[in-house]
Ligand binder design. Structure first.
Ligand code: 5GP
Ligand code: MG
Ligand code: MG
Length: 179
């Protein structure tokens, strides 16, 4: 599916609003005084959020390492398949480290619960979950995010790293496709 150029997208969270919130989240992370911090963005949807958040973490004086996980629960569709698949694992050990998992959206919670359980089992000192958006409904497993950018209505959103069939990730804001 290719998204037509004339597609209209309604902005839900604009770039300036997201940037301001990222700064606040970074301050909260710094206040927790993390030890040997590893930031672990969950690809692909979190790449833009993670990149901006990492610059804010630098600005508040933190020096995290960064490693990527790639997990899939959606495939190319617009609803969760319910099954989480690991497509790419971290390369280094998390033993004894404070890990900040970064994801785009918490919906059913299966993706983050899978990642958190895995890193706890591998001996991380702590695993915190930071999500740009939290959706209120459809929670299937009990996982509470430690840091949330914004509460999001129960609509399918795109932009700021998030896709619809591989399109729209480049948008600097989060929006909803209108037509
Ligand atoms: P869950 O919490 O259900 O395991 O899955 C959350 C993942 O589903 C998110 O990380 C994201 O990849 C995908 N997802 C959930 N809602 C949306 C949405 O509105 N738009 C997009 N593009 N992806 C979504
Ligand atoms: Mg995701
Ligand atoms: Mg997707």
């Amino acid at each position: 599916m290719v998204i037509p150029a004339e597609t209209r997208i309604r902005v839900l969270f604009d770039a300036a609003t997201i940037a301001a919130r990222n700064r606040e989240i970074a301050a909260e992370v710094a206040a927790s005084k993390p030890v040997n911090l590893l930031v672990a963005p969950v690809l692909k949807g979190s790449f833009m959020f993670a990149a901006d958040l990492l610059r804010e973490l630098h600005a508040v004086g933190l020096t995290p390492q960064v490693e990527f996980l790639q997990l899939s629960s959606y495939g190319a569709g617009v609803s969760s398949s319910g099954q989480v698949t690991m497509l790419r694992d971290l390369e280094s050990s998390v033993k004894g480290r404070d890990v900040l998992l970064v994801d785009d959206i918490l919906e059913s919670g299966r993706t983050l619960a899978y990642a958190k359980d895995l890193l706890v089992a591998r001996g991380a000192r702590s695993v915190k979950c930071c999500v740009l958006l939290e959706k209120p409904t459809k929670r299937a497993v009990n996982v509470t995010p430690d840091l949330v950018g914004f509460h999001c209505p129960d609509v399918f959103v795109v932009g700021y790293g998030m896709d619809v069939a591989h399109s729209c990730r480049e948008l600097p804001y989060v929006g909803v496709i209108e037509s």
